[in-house]
Design a protein around this ligand. Structure first.
Ligand SMILES: Cc1cc2nc3c(=O)[nH]c(=O)nc-3n(C[C@H](O)[C@H](O)[C@H](O)COP(=O)(O)OP(=O)(O)OC[C@H]3O[C@@H](n4cnc5c(N)ncnc54)[C@H](O)[C@@H]3O)c2cc1C
Length: 427
Protein backbone atom coordinates (compact mmCIF):
# COMPACT_ATOMS: atom_id res chain seq x y z
CA UNK A 1 0.00 0.00 0.00
CA UNK A 2 1.35 3.42 -0.96
CA UNK A 3 1.56 5.78 2.00
CA UNK A 4 1.81 9.48 1.34
CA UNK A 5 2.00 12.18 3.97
CA UNK A 6 0.67 15.71 3.44
CA UNK A 7 0.24 18.61 5.81
CA UNK A 8 -3.23 19.38 4.46
CA UNK A 9 -5.64 16.84 3.00
CA UNK A 10 -8.80 18.36 1.51
CA UNK A 11 -11.56 15.88 0.64
CA UNK A 12 -14.02 17.05 -2.02
CA UNK A 13 -13.40 18.83 -5.27
CA UNK A 14 -16.00 21.60 -4.97
CA UNK A 15 -16.23 25.27 -4.06
CA UNK A 16 -15.39 24.70 -0.41
CA UNK A 17 -12.18 22.75 -1.04
CA UNK A 18 -10.87 25.37 -3.41
CA UNK A 19 -11.76 28.28 -1.13
CA UNK A 20 -10.00 26.46 1.71
CA UNK A 21 -6.93 25.76 -0.45
CA UNK A 22 -6.70 29.47 -1.30
CA UNK A 23 -7.15 30.46 2.34
CA UNK A 24 -4.41 28.04 3.42
CA UNK A 25 -2.08 29.40 0.75
CA UNK A 26 -2.72 32.97 1.96
CA UNK A 27 -0.96 31.97 5.21
CA UNK A 28 1.18 29.00 4.30
CA UNK A 29 2.69 29.08 0.84
CA UNK A 30 4.52 25.79 1.00
CA UNK A 31 2.83 23.26 3.32
CA UNK A 32 2.12 20.16 1.21
CA UNK A 33 -1.51 19.98 0.14
CA UNK A 34 -3.62 17.37 -1.62
CA UNK A 35 -7.20 17.88 -2.84
CA UNK A 36 -9.13 14.70 -3.68
CA UNK A 37 -12.40 14.99 -5.62
CA UNK A 38 -14.81 12.25 -6.60
CA UNK A 39 -15.98 13.94 -9.79
CA UNK A 40 -13.72 13.67 -12.82
CA UNK A 41 -14.04 17.43 -13.39
CA UNK A 42 -11.88 20.02 -11.75
CA UNK A 43 -13.82 22.40 -9.44
CA UNK A 44 -16.57 24.33 -11.19
CA UNK A 45 -19.31 26.90 -10.69
CA UNK A 46 -22.23 24.71 -9.63
CA UNK A 47 -24.88 27.52 -9.56
CA UNK A 48 -24.45 27.98 -13.31
CA UNK A 49 -25.75 24.44 -13.92
CA UNK A 50 -29.36 25.55 -13.58
CA UNK A 51 -28.80 28.79 -15.45
CA UNK A 52 -26.68 29.55 -18.51
CA UNK A 53 -25.09 26.12 -18.74
CA UNK A 54 -28.47 24.38 -18.77
CA UNK A 55 -29.71 26.84 -21.38
CA UNK A 56 -26.59 26.18 -23.51
CA UNK A 57 -25.57 29.83 -23.20
CA UNK A 58 -22.19 28.94 -21.73
CA UNK A 59 -19.66 26.20 -22.29
CA UNK A 60 -18.19 23.69 -19.90
CA UNK A 61 -14.86 25.53 -20.03
CA UNK A 62 -16.58 28.67 -18.70
CA UNK A 63 -17.82 26.73 -15.67
CA UNK A 64 -14.39 25.91 -14.30
CA UNK A 65 -13.27 27.97 -11.35
CA UNK A 66 -9.55 28.01 -12.00
CA UNK A 67 -7.28 27.02 -14.84
CA UNK A 68 -5.29 23.84 -14.17
CA UNK A 69 -2.19 25.95 -13.87
CA UNK A 70 -3.45 27.53 -10.62
CA UNK A 71 -2.92 24.22 -8.82
CA UNK A 72 0.62 23.87 -10.22
CA UNK A 73 1.59 27.44 -9.45
CA UNK A 74 0.41 27.10 -5.85
CA UNK A 75 1.84 23.62 -5.30
CA UNK A 76 -1.56 22.09 -4.70
CA UNK A 77 -1.85 18.47 -5.85
CA UNK A 78 -5.31 17.76 -7.28
CA UNK A 79 -6.61 14.23 -7.77
CA UNK A 80 -9.95 14.15 -9.57
CA UNK A 81 -12.06 11.05 -10.20
CA UNK A 82 -10.90 9.67 -6.85
CA UNK A 83 -13.00 8.90 -3.83
CA UNK A 84 -11.79 9.01 -0.26
CA UNK A 85 -13.43 5.86 0.99
CA UNK A 86 -12.60 6.04 4.70
CA UNK A 87 -10.82 8.08 7.30
CA UNK A 88 -9.12 6.91 10.46
CA UNK A 89 -8.96 9.92 12.80
CA UNK A 90 -6.85 8.30 15.58
CA UNK A 91 -4.14 7.57 12.97
CA UNK A 92 -4.74 10.84 11.05
CA UNK A 93 -5.00 8.80 7.86
CA UNK A 94 -7.38 8.44 4.93
CA UNK A 95 -7.78 5.69 2.37
CA UNK A 96 -8.55 6.39 -1.27
CA UNK A 97 -10.56 4.06 -3.48
CA UNK A 98 -7.29 3.29 -5.30
CA UNK A 99 -6.04 1.70 -2.09
CA UNK A 100 -3.54 4.52 -1.47
CA UNK A 101 -3.30 5.70 2.11
CA UNK A 102 -2.67 9.36 2.84
CA UNK A 103 -1.73 10.57 6.29
CA UNK A 104 -2.25 14.20 7.19
CA UNK A 105 -1.60 16.82 9.82
CA UNK A 106 -4.94 18.55 9.07
CA UNK A 107 -7.97 17.18 7.27
CA UNK A 108 -10.78 19.20 5.70
CA UNK A 109 -14.01 17.38 4.92
CA UNK A 110 -15.69 19.33 2.12
CA UNK A 111 -17.79 16.58 0.61
CA UNK A 112 -20.78 18.80 -0.20
CA UNK A 113 -24.23 17.38 -0.67
CA UNK A 114 -26.20 15.21 -3.07
CA UNK A 115 -29.63 15.76 -4.56
CA UNK A 116 -32.38 14.33 -2.35
CA UNK A 117 -34.38 11.55 -3.97
CA UNK A 118 -38.11 11.17 -4.44
CA UNK A 119 -39.68 8.26 -2.58
CA UNK A 120 -42.76 7.62 -4.72
CA UNK A 121 -43.73 4.87 -7.17
CA UNK A 122 -42.08 5.46 -10.53
CA UNK A 123 -39.10 7.35 -9.09
CA UNK A 124 -36.77 4.68 -10.50
CA UNK A 125 -37.77 5.49 -14.10
CA UNK A 126 -34.78 6.66 -16.15
CA UNK A 127 -36.10 10.02 -17.29
CA UNK A 128 -36.65 11.42 -13.80
CA UNK A 129 -33.67 13.76 -13.51
CA UNK A 130 -32.02 15.59 -10.65
CA UNK A 131 -29.41 18.32 -10.89
CA UNK A 132 -26.25 18.43 -8.82
CA UNK A 133 -23.29 17.79 -11.12
CA UNK A 134 -22.09 18.68 -14.62
CA UNK A 135 -22.94 15.12 -15.63
CA UNK A 136 -26.53 15.57 -14.36
CA UNK A 137 -26.75 18.86 -16.30
CA UNK A 138 -25.50 17.18 -19.49
CA UNK A 139 -28.14 14.44 -19.18
CA UNK A 140 -30.81 17.07 -18.62
CA UNK A 141 -29.60 19.16 -21.57
CA UNK A 142 -29.86 16.10 -23.81
CA UNK A 143 -33.38 15.35 -22.58
CA UNK A 144 -34.41 18.96 -23.32
CA UNK A 145 -32.86 18.80 -26.77
CA UNK A 146 -34.78 15.61 -27.61
CA UNK A 147 -38.04 16.93 -26.13
CA UNK A 148 -38.00 20.24 -28.00
CA UNK A 149 -37.50 18.38 -31.27
CA UNK A 150 -39.55 15.23 -30.77
CA UNK A 151 -41.61 15.77 -27.62
CA UNK A 152 -45.21 16.66 -26.93
CA UNK A 153 -46.51 19.66 -28.90
CA UNK A 154 -47.69 22.65 -26.89
CA UNK A 155 -48.30 25.29 -29.53
CA UNK A 156 -51.03 26.87 -27.41
CA UNK A 157 -48.43 28.08 -24.94
CA UNK A 158 -46.03 29.57 -27.36
CA UNK A 159 -45.81 32.02 -30.19
CA UNK A 160 -43.95 29.23 -32.01
CA UNK A 161 -46.63 27.23 -33.86
CA UNK A 162 -44.95 23.84 -33.54
CA UNK A 163 -43.27 24.21 -30.14
CA UNK A 164 -42.61 20.89 -28.47
CA UNK A 165 -41.47 19.55 -25.14
CA UNK A 166 -43.27 19.24 -21.80
CA UNK A 167 -41.62 18.86 -18.43
CA UNK A 168 -42.84 18.45 -14.86
CA UNK A 169 -40.55 20.03 -12.28
CA UNK A 170 -41.12 18.69 -8.77
CA UNK A 171 -40.24 21.10 -5.98
CA UNK A 172 -40.52 24.89 -6.00
CA UNK A 173 -37.59 25.92 -3.84
CA UNK A 174 -34.81 28.12 -5.22
CA UNK A 175 -33.53 25.36 -7.52
CA UNK A 176 -36.93 24.16 -8.79
CA UNK A 177 -37.91 27.72 -9.67
CA UNK A 178 -34.58 28.40 -11.44
CA UNK A 179 -34.78 25.15 -13.40
CA UNK A 180 -38.40 25.89 -14.39
CA UNK A 181 -37.47 29.37 -15.59
CA UNK A 182 -34.53 28.03 -17.62
CA UNK A 183 -36.56 25.24 -19.23
CA UNK A 184 -39.35 27.68 -20.05
CA UNK A 185 -36.81 30.06 -21.61
CA UNK A 186 -35.67 27.16 -23.75
CA UNK A 187 -39.21 26.87 -25.12
CA UNK A 188 -40.59 24.00 -23.06
CA UNK A 189 -44.02 23.88 -21.44
CA UNK A 190 -43.35 23.67 -17.72
CA UNK A 191 -45.58 22.32 -14.92
CA UNK A 192 -44.06 23.25 -11.57
CA UNK A 193 -45.33 21.26 -8.58
CA UNK A 194 -45.04 23.04 -5.25
CA UNK A 195 -45.76 21.07 -2.08
CA UNK A 196 -46.37 24.38 -0.30
CA UNK A 197 -48.97 27.00 -1.06
CA UNK A 198 -46.32 29.19 -2.68
CA UNK A 199 -42.81 28.83 -4.14
CA UNK A 200 -39.70 29.46 -2.00
CA UNK A 201 -41.59 28.37 1.13
CA UNK A 202 -38.34 27.63 2.98
CA UNK A 203 -36.81 31.03 2.28
CA UNK A 204 -39.73 33.45 2.01
CA UNK A 205 -43.14 34.39 3.25
CA UNK A 206 -46.46 34.38 1.45
CA UNK A 207 -46.23 37.83 -0.15
CA UNK A 208 -42.84 37.13 -1.74
CA UNK A 209 -43.99 33.64 -2.69
CA UNK A 210 -47.04 35.11 -4.45
CA UNK A 211 -44.74 37.54 -6.28
CA UNK A 212 -42.65 34.61 -7.53
CA UNK A 213 -45.80 32.69 -8.55
CA UNK A 214 -47.00 35.72 -10.55
CA UNK A 215 -43.64 36.12 -12.24
CA UNK A 216 -43.67 32.44 -13.21
CA UNK A 217 -47.24 32.70 -14.54
CA UNK A 218 -46.37 35.82 -16.53
CA UNK A 219 -43.69 33.82 -18.33
CA UNK A 220 -45.90 30.79 -18.93
CA UNK A 221 -44.87 28.39 -16.15
CA UNK A 222 -47.91 26.56 -14.77
CA UNK A 223 -47.71 26.31 -10.98
CA UNK A 224 -49.53 23.54 -9.08
CA UNK A 225 -49.40 24.90 -5.54
CA UNK A 226 -50.08 22.84 -2.44
CA UNK A 227 -49.74 19.62 -4.42
CA UNK A 228 -47.46 16.60 -4.15
CA UNK A 229 -46.76 13.99 -6.80
CA UNK A 230 -48.43 10.70 -5.87
CA UNK A 231 -46.67 8.62 -8.52
CA UNK A 232 -44.86 8.81 -11.82
CA UNK A 233 -46.36 6.72 -14.61
CA UNK A 234 -45.32 5.64 -18.07
CA UNK A 235 -44.14 2.87 -20.31
CA UNK A 236 -40.61 2.31 -18.93
CA UNK A 237 -40.15 6.10 -18.75
CA UNK A 238 -41.96 8.96 -17.05
CA UNK A 239 -44.84 10.10 -19.24
CA UNK A 240 -47.22 11.35 -16.57
CA UNK A 241 -47.11 12.75 -13.06
CA UNK A 242 -50.20 12.04 -10.96
CA UNK A 243 -50.92 14.66 -8.28
CA UNK A 244 -52.48 14.14 -4.86
CA UNK A 245 -55.52 16.40 -5.32
CA UNK A 246 -59.04 14.99 -5.13
CA UNK A 247 -59.27 14.78 -8.93
CA UNK A 248 -55.86 13.02 -9.13
CA UNK A 249 -54.79 15.52 -11.78
CA UNK A 250 -52.45 13.97 -14.34
CA UNK A 251 -49.69 16.03 -15.94
CA UNK A 252 -48.37 14.66 -19.24
CA UNK A 253 -44.65 15.19 -19.75
CA UNK A 254 -41.64 14.10 -21.77
CA UNK A 255 -39.56 13.91 -18.61
CA UNK A 256 -39.56 15.12 -15.01
CA UNK A 257 -36.99 16.84 -12.82
CA UNK A 258 -36.88 16.39 -9.04
CA UNK A 259 -35.68 19.48 -7.19
CA UNK A 260 -36.60 18.36 -3.69
CA UNK A 261 -33.62 19.48 -1.68
CA UNK A 262 -30.14 18.31 -0.88
CA UNK A 263 -28.66 15.87 1.61
CA UNK A 264 -25.29 16.56 3.26
CA UNK A 265 -22.65 13.98 2.28
CA UNK A 266 -21.22 12.64 5.52
CA UNK A 267 -20.58 8.98 4.79
CA UNK A 268 -16.90 9.48 5.66
CA UNK A 269 -17.93 9.79 9.30
CA UNK A 270 -18.97 6.13 9.47
CA UNK A 271 -17.01 4.39 12.21
CA UNK A 272 -15.63 7.67 13.61
CA UNK A 273 -16.64 9.69 16.66
CA UNK A 274 -16.99 12.97 14.72
CA UNK A 275 -20.17 14.73 15.87
CA UNK A 276 -22.97 15.12 13.34
CA UNK A 277 -26.69 15.53 12.97
CA UNK A 278 -28.16 15.83 9.48
CA UNK A 279 -24.79 17.34 8.60
CA UNK A 280 -21.33 17.46 10.17
CA UNK A 281 -21.25 19.77 13.19
CA UNK A 282 -18.40 22.27 13.40
CA UNK A 283 -17.75 24.90 16.04
CA UNK A 284 -17.42 28.59 15.25
CA UNK A 285 -13.82 28.02 14.07
CA UNK A 286 -14.81 25.37 11.53
CA UNK A 287 -13.42 22.50 13.61
CA UNK A 288 -15.23 19.19 14.10
CA UNK A 289 -15.21 17.34 17.42
CA UNK A 290 -11.77 15.99 16.40
CA UNK A 291 -9.24 18.84 16.77
CA UNK A 292 -7.25 18.36 13.54
CA UNK A 293 -10.33 17.71 11.39
CA UNK A 294 -12.29 20.61 9.93
CA UNK A 295 -15.38 20.64 7.71
CA UNK A 296 -16.78 23.31 5.39
CA UNK A 297 -19.46 23.91 2.80
CA UNK A 298 -22.67 21.98 2.21
CA UNK A 299 -21.57 18.94 4.23
CA UNK A 300 -21.52 20.84 7.53
CA UNK A 301 -23.47 23.07 9.89
CA UNK A 302 -21.40 25.78 11.55
CA UNK A 303 -22.01 27.26 14.97
CA UNK A 304 -22.81 30.85 14.02
CA UNK A 305 -22.40 33.21 16.99
CA UNK A 306 -24.62 35.83 15.35
CA UNK A 307 -27.60 33.50 15.55
CA UNK A 308 -26.45 31.34 18.48
CA UNK A 309 -27.06 28.09 16.64
CA UNK A 310 -25.63 25.62 14.17
CA UNK A 311 -26.55 26.65 10.64
CA UNK A 312 -26.52 24.56 7.46
CA UNK A 313 -25.79 27.29 4.96
CA UNK A 314 -26.15 25.25 1.75
CA UNK A 315 -25.30 28.11 -0.61
CA UNK A 316 -22.28 29.21 -2.62
CA UNK A 317 -21.39 32.11 -0.33
CA UNK A 318 -21.72 29.87 2.71
CA UNK A 319 -19.30 27.37 1.21
CA UNK A 320 -16.80 30.17 0.52
CA UNK A 321 -17.14 31.67 3.99
CA UNK A 322 -16.96 28.44 6.01
CA UNK A 323 -14.08 27.11 3.88
CA UNK A 324 -12.07 30.32 4.10
CA UNK A 325 -12.40 30.23 7.87
CA UNK A 326 -11.50 26.53 8.10
CA UNK A 327 -8.56 26.94 5.73
CA UNK A 328 -7.10 29.87 7.66
CA UNK A 329 -7.49 28.07 10.98
CA UNK A 330 -5.90 24.90 9.57
CA UNK A 331 -2.94 27.07 8.59
CA UNK A 332 -2.53 28.48 12.09
CA UNK A 333 -4.96 31.40 12.42
CA UNK A 334 -7.36 31.46 15.34
CA UNK A 335 -10.46 33.07 13.93
CA UNK A 336 -14.16 32.66 14.60
CA UNK A 337 -17.05 32.90 12.19
CA UNK A 338 -18.24 36.47 11.73
CA UNK A 339 -19.31 36.34 8.08
CA UNK A 340 -22.90 36.79 6.95
CA UNK A 341 -23.05 34.76 3.77
CA UNK A 342 -26.17 35.04 1.67
CA UNK A 343 -27.68 33.49 -1.41
CA UNK A 344 -28.44 34.85 -4.81
CA UNK A 345 -30.88 33.57 -7.38
CA UNK A 346 -32.42 34.77 -10.63
CA UNK A 347 -35.76 34.15 -12.32
CA UNK A 348 -36.51 35.56 -15.74
CA UNK A 349 -33.97 38.33 -15.23
CA UNK A 350 -35.20 39.30 -11.74
CA UNK A 351 -32.46 38.93 -9.14
CA UNK A 352 -33.10 38.08 -5.51
CA UNK A 353 -30.65 38.01 -2.64
CA UNK A 354 -31.11 36.91 0.93
CA UNK A 355 -29.20 36.93 4.19
CA UNK A 356 -29.96 35.48 7.58
CA UNK A 357 -31.73 32.58 9.17
CA UNK A 358 -35.24 31.85 7.95
CA UNK A 359 -35.75 29.18 10.65
CA UNK A 360 -35.70 31.94 13.29
CA UNK A 361 -38.33 34.06 11.54
CA UNK A 362 -41.53 34.55 13.51
CA UNK A 363 -43.21 37.19 11.31
CA UNK A 364 -42.43 38.87 8.02
CA UNK A 365 -43.14 42.30 6.60
CA UNK A 366 -42.74 43.78 3.14
CA UNK A 367 -40.85 47.04 2.79
CA UNK A 368 -42.32 48.77 -0.26
CA UNK A 369 -44.66 46.82 -2.48
CA UNK A 370 -44.36 43.53 -4.33
CA UNK A 371 -45.99 45.39 -7.25
CA UNK A 372 -43.20 47.98 -7.46
CA UNK A 373 -41.11 47.84 -10.66
CA UNK A 374 -38.01 48.74 -8.71
CA UNK A 375 -38.25 45.76 -6.37
CA UNK A 376 -39.01 45.31 -2.69
CA UNK A 377 -37.61 43.81 0.48
CA UNK A 378 -38.99 41.20 2.84
CA UNK A 379 -37.84 41.52 6.43
CA UNK A 380 -38.11 38.49 8.71
CA UNK A 381 -38.32 39.23 12.42
CA UNK A 382 -37.55 36.75 15.20
CA UNK A 383 -39.74 36.24 18.28
CA UNK A 384 -37.49 38.56 20.30
CA UNK A 385 -38.06 41.44 17.84
CA UNK A 386 -34.61 41.21 16.21
CA UNK A 387 -34.19 41.01 12.45
CA UNK A 388 -33.39 37.39 11.50
CA UNK A 389 -33.54 37.52 7.72
CA UNK A 390 -33.76 39.95 4.83
CA UNK A 391 -34.65 39.20 1.22
CA UNK A 392 -34.12 41.78 -1.49
CA UNK A 393 -35.99 41.23 -4.75
CA UNK A 394 -34.82 43.42 -7.64
CA UNK A 395 -32.23 46.17 -7.36
CA UNK A 396 -32.67 48.43 -4.35
CA UNK A 397 -30.39 51.34 -3.49
CA UNK A 398 -30.68 50.44 0.17
CA UNK A 399 -29.59 46.80 -0.20
CA UNK A 400 -26.47 47.31 1.90
CA UNK A 401 -28.47 48.97 4.68
CA UNK A 402 -31.02 46.14 4.60
CA UNK A 403 -28.26 43.53 4.93
CA UNK A 404 -26.84 45.55 7.83
CA UNK A 405 -30.13 45.00 9.71
CA UNK A 406 -29.33 41.29 9.83
CA UNK A 407 -25.62 41.84 10.41
CA UNK A 408 -26.44 43.88 13.54
CA UNK A 409 -29.51 41.77 14.43
CA UNK A 410 -31.31 45.09 14.95
CA UNK A 411 -34.26 45.03 17.35
CA UNK A 412 -37.18 46.54 15.45
CA UNK A 413 -39.88 46.05 18.08
CA UNK A 414 -42.38 48.91 17.92
CA UNK A 415 -40.89 50.18 14.64
CA UNK A 416 -42.38 47.63 12.27
CA UNK A 417 -44.82 50.08 10.64
CA UNK A 418 -42.12 52.56 9.72
CA UNK A 419 -39.98 49.69 8.45
CA UNK A 420 -42.70 48.92 5.90
CA UNK A 421 -42.42 52.38 4.40
CA UNK A 422 -39.46 52.79 2.02
CA UNK A 423 -39.76 56.58 2.40
CA UNK A 424 -38.57 56.19 6.01
CA UNK A 425 -34.76 55.89 5.93
CA UNK A 426 -33.40 52.73 7.52
CA UNK A 427 -30.81 54.67 9.48
C1 LIG B 1 -27.85 23.15 -9.73
C2 LIG B 1 -27.43 23.96 -8.55
C3 LIG B 1 -27.67 25.33 -8.53
C4 LIG B 1 -27.28 26.09 -7.45
N1 LIG B 1 -27.53 27.42 -7.46
C5 LIG B 1 -27.12 28.18 -6.45
C6 LIG B 1 -27.35 29.57 -6.46
O1 LIG B 1 -27.96 30.08 -7.39
N2 LIG B 1 -26.89 30.32 -5.43
C7 LIG B 1 -26.22 29.76 -4.38
O2 LIG B 1 -25.81 30.47 -3.47
N3 LIG B 1 -26.00 28.43 -4.32
C8 LIG B 1 -26.43 27.62 -5.33
N4 LIG B 1 -26.22 26.28 -5.29
C9 LIG B 1 -25.54 25.70 -4.11
C10 LIG B 1 -24.02 25.76 -4.25
O3 LIG B 1 -23.62 25.32 -5.51
C11 LIG B 1 -23.41 24.90 -3.15
O4 LIG B 1 -23.75 25.47 -1.92
C12 LIG B 1 -21.90 24.79 -3.26
O5 LIG B 1 -21.53 24.23 -4.49
C13 LIG B 1 -21.36 23.91 -2.13
O6 LIG B 1 -20.00 23.70 -2.31
P1 LIG B 1 -19.28 22.46 -1.58
O7 LIG B 1 -17.87 22.49 -2.03
O8 LIG B 1 -19.58 22.46 -0.15
O9 LIG B 1 -20.00 21.15 -2.16
P2 LIG B 1 -20.07 20.58 -3.61
O10 LIG B 1 -20.07 21.67 -4.59
O11 LIG B 1 -21.19 19.59 -3.60
O12 LIG B 1 -18.69 19.79 -3.79
C14 LIG B 1 -18.38 18.66 -3.02
C15 LIG B 1 -17.57 17.72 -3.88
O13 LIG B 1 -17.04 16.69 -3.06
C16 LIG B 1 -17.12 15.45 -3.75
N5 LIG B 1 -17.08 14.35 -2.78
C17 LIG B 1 -18.07 13.92 -1.96
N6 LIG B 1 -17.63 12.89 -1.21
C18 LIG B 1 -16.34 12.66 -1.56
C19 LIG B 1 -15.36 11.72 -1.15
N7 LIG B 1 -15.61 10.82 -0.19
N8 LIG B 1 -14.15 11.75 -1.75
C20 LIG B 1 -13.87 12.67 -2.71
N9 LIG B 1 -14.78 13.60 -3.14
C21 LIG B 1 -15.98 13.58 -2.56
C22 LIG B 1 -18.43 15.56 -4.49
O14 LIG B 1 -18.50 14.64 -5.54
C23 LIG B 1 -18.40 17.02 -4.95
O15 LIG B 1 -17.76 17.13 -6.19
C24 LIG B 1 -26.62 25.47 -6.34
C25 LIG B 1 -26.41 24.09 -6.34
C26 LIG B 1 -26.81 23.34 -7.43
C27 LIG B 1 -26.57 21.85 -7.42
Amino acid sequence: MTVLHVKYLLVGGGAASIAAAKAIRSLDVEGSMLVVGREVHRPYLRPELSRRYLRRESTREQLYLDDPDWFNRHHVALKTGRNVSRIDPPRSAATLDSGEEVSYDFLLIATGATAAGLAIPGAQLPNLFSLRTIDDADLLRNAVETAIHEGRPHGELSELPRARGRVAVIGAGLLGVEVSASLRRMGMAVDLISGSEHPWAKQAGEATGRFVAKLLAKHGVTLHAGRHPLRLEGDSRVQRVVLDDAAKTTLDCDFAVACVGAVATKDLLRGTTIGAGKSILVDSTGRTSVPNIFAAGDCCAILDPRFGKHRWLEHWDGAQATATLAGRNMAGANETFTALPGFETEIFGVKARGWGESRLVDRRLIRGSTAADTGFAEIGIAKDGRVAQVLVVGDLDETAALRQLVWDRVNVSGREDSLRDPAVALS
